[in-house]
Design a protein around this ligand. Structure first.
Ligand SMILES: Cc1ncc(COP(=O)(O)O)c(C=O)c1O
Length: 473
């Protein structure tokens, strides 16, 4: 048995570290080892419990209500607020959209108004639920354009969406204006605070200026916020809160018309592991309100120091001043951002490349954690050194013929053989084997000249070829 755990540890050594404050996307680290231990033990203790039936596992119901109650205070919610634990930000967003759609069965071709900066979980919801996303370009400040969003609302609109903040640029949308426009049209307004929801309330408390975005804003009908991001809880928990039980009602599903148990579900899952809920409850209990305020001071100090440090590195600047703990770094033409990402990986830092989008250049995303504070000087030294290497090695040389060929490809016309060829040419697959490249700059440069539709098609083809059954397990 210990051998099995040793093998797991050996496999995990090839993954990005979830702790240490040097992985600046995907994971969030409080730096509190004891809290992490308690969270892990709570997950383990409840791994086999089933949130499907609150009468069978009442402790999970208690924990869910405790977590929603804690969040309600953070979100300045009225007494009428209700909420559910979900498996993550995407499930919370999916449910917000499904609930808005099902509240309006009379709307035969429902739409939702989203800013171009809205998280793609909304595009996924559109895809799953047949709610067409009406995408409104952001303003020059990268925030949702409230006037244009208001103008996009019509009789088919069942939901209007704002972000607090957006993932790609870390800015908070003008929620007051957006929610007012939604309310005036009698439409729901969802605030996606998946990434900001557990940290922005403390930002306000410690005196930072953040535009209003909580239930204190008239017209906001639901808010999503993730415990597994800045709640620093183990993966697998988010919350979706609605202003009233009536607004939440279409989220629920019941089925009694079959020979088995009456299925009653508040979220998309039916059987639902108690592990994540217990892990989140244990972490929130352990950190507590004062603890989160301290972590917020730390993560904002790290963010501020990184933002001012970036300004000192020739060739780099931040795209916009972040409202939250997310930073978007752009490079000047002398420096390839994808090479910087690879060089940072060589130095033990994971930073996330974001590809060109419309007029916005390719850039580098950071989701900063409280645990990053102890390593800010190292981060700044690493990025300065990475930029030096990137400048010295010059821009990634993409053959102009290849670039023109890729830019002109229509993904719809490509066969599986074409995808095999493209993946091999990109260096993503070699000889039919699972070969994960360590340096990504050339691949990202190629993807960067492709249309979003081609990027999606090529990367889905890649994902398809990655996920094939093992033959030796
Ligand atoms: C604003 C926002 N919404 C939704 C999501 C989706 O969350 P998850 O990855 O937990 O499904 C994210 C993830 O980063 C996010 O930043």
């Amino acid at each position: 048995m210990t051998d099995v755990l040793a093998r797991l540890a050996a496999m995990q050594a090839g993954d990005l570290p979830a702790h240490g404050g040097r992985t600046l996307a995907y994971v969030y680290d409080s730096g509190l080892a004891e809290v992490d231990r308690v969270g892990r033990e709570a997950v383990a203790a409840y791994a086999g419990s089933n949130g499907l039936d609150p009468t069978a596992f009442p402790s999970l119901l208690q924990m869910e209500n405790d977590l929603v109650g804690f969040a309600a205070r953070l979100l300045e919610a009225p007494d009428t607020v209700v909420g559910s634990v979900t498996s993550g930000g995407t499930e919370s967003v999916l449910l917000a959209v499904q609930t808005a759609r099902d509240a309006h069965p009379e709307v035969t071709a429902p739409t939702m108004v989203i800013a171009s900066s809205a998280h793609s979980a909304f595009r996924k919801a559109a895809h799953y639920f047949g709610v067409r996303a009406v995408e409104v370009p952001c303003g020059a400040d990268l925030r949702a354009d409230a006037t244009a969003m208001a103008a996009a609302i019509d009789d088919s609109t069942v939901l209007v969406v704002a972000s607090a903040p957006s993932y790609a640029h870390g800015v908070v949308d003008p929620v007051t204006e957006i929610a007012a426009a939604a309310a005036a049209a009698g439409v729901r307004c969802h605030v996606d605070a998946c990434i900001g929801g557990w940290v922005l309330p403390y930002a306000t408390r410690i005196g930072r200026r953040v535009a209003p975005w909580t239930f204190a804003v008239d017209g906001v009908t639901s808010i999503s916020l993730d415990l597994h991001k800045y709640g620093y809880a183990p993966k697998g928990t988010s919350l979706l809160l609605h202003r009233t039980p009536a607004l939440r009602r279409p989220q629920f599903f019941a089925s009694a018309d079959w020979p088995g148990y009456t299925m009653l579900n508040s979220t998309m899952q039916s059987t639902r592991s108690g592990g994540p809920t217990a892990g989140a409850w244990a972490v929130v209990q352990s950190i507590g309100d004062a603890g989160y305020e301290k972590l917020a001071r730390e993560v904002f100090e790290a963010t501020d120091r990184i933002v001012s440090g970036i300004a000192e590195v020739p060739g780099l600047r931040v795209l916009t001043r972040p409202d939250s703990t997310l930073v978007t770094i752009v490079t000047d033409t002398s420096c390839d951002p994808f090479t910087v990402c690879d060089e940072m990986a060589e130095r033990g830092w994971y930073v996330q490349p974001q590809l060109t989008y419309g007029d916005l250049p390719a850039n580098i995303h950071l989701s900063i954690s409280a645990a990053t504070l102890a390593h800010v000087d190292d981060f700044l030294a690493a990025i300065a050194a990475s930029v030096e290497v990137a400048v010295a090695s010059g821009p990634v040389q993409l053959d102009p013929g290849v670039a023109a060929y890729v830019a002109g490809l229509d993904p719809v016309s490509l066969s599986e053989e074409d995808f095999d060829g493209l993946l091999a040419a990109a260096g993503l697959l070699g000889g039919g084997d699972l070969a994960l490249p360590t340096r990504m700059a050339d691949i990202n440069a190629l993807l960067d000249v492709a249309s979003p539709a081609l990027r999606e098609a090529v990367l889905l083809a890649f994902l398809d070829r990655l996920s094939r059954p093992s033959t030796n397990f």
